[in-house]
Design a protein. Sequence first.
Length: 201
Amino acid sequence: MVFVFDLDDTICETDAYSEYYINKFFKENNWNYQQIAKVTRFAEAKFNWPNEMAKAWYKKYGDEMMLEFSCKKDAIKTINTLYDNGHKIIIATARNYDWHSNPEEITLQWLKNVGLKVSKVYIGRVDKEIVCENEKADFFIDDDISITKKVSEVLNGKGKQAFLMNSDFNQTQECPSNVKRVSGFKQLMTEISKYTDELKK
C-alpha cells in the first residue's frame, strides 16, 4: 500500500518549537513585535511583523531549527513498521527556497538523523493531490484542512482515505466530512486498519 505523509506538524513538531527561534531573532535585532495570535497555521503569523522580515528569519534560522525538530509520539515506530512490512512511504513537504536556505539537503539530513525509513521524498511547491494521484496513494496524512480536503477528492476509491493529523492550529477547526481526524499515530493506525486487512499481516 502507498502512504503519503506531510512532514511539518504531521510527523514532526514544527510551529510551537520554532517560536524559540523567533524570539531569538527579535532579541538579536532588538525588536519588540506584538504577538497578535497565539495559534495560527504558521509560527511567523503570530506576530505583527512584515512578511520580508519573516523570510529573513527563516533564511537565518530555518536550516538550524529544522534539524532540531522532534517527532510526534510513535511517528518513527509507526512509519518504519509500515516500511518494513513492504508498504511504500512517501514524504511530501512544501518546504521551498522562498523561505529556506537549503530545504532539500536539510530535510533529507533530518530524515536520516531521526532514522525515518522512506521510499520517496517530494520537497517544494508540489500539489499534494497530484502527488497522491500519480503515486496511486491509498492513504494521505496531513495537518492542513484545505489540503486534506483536496486530496480526499482524489482518493475516491474503495479503501482509500485522507486523514487530518491534530495540531495546535487545526484542533478547533471543523474537519471536512470526507476527511478523518486523528489525534496521533496510534489512532491513525487503528483507523487505517479498518480499511484493509493488509496491515494486519
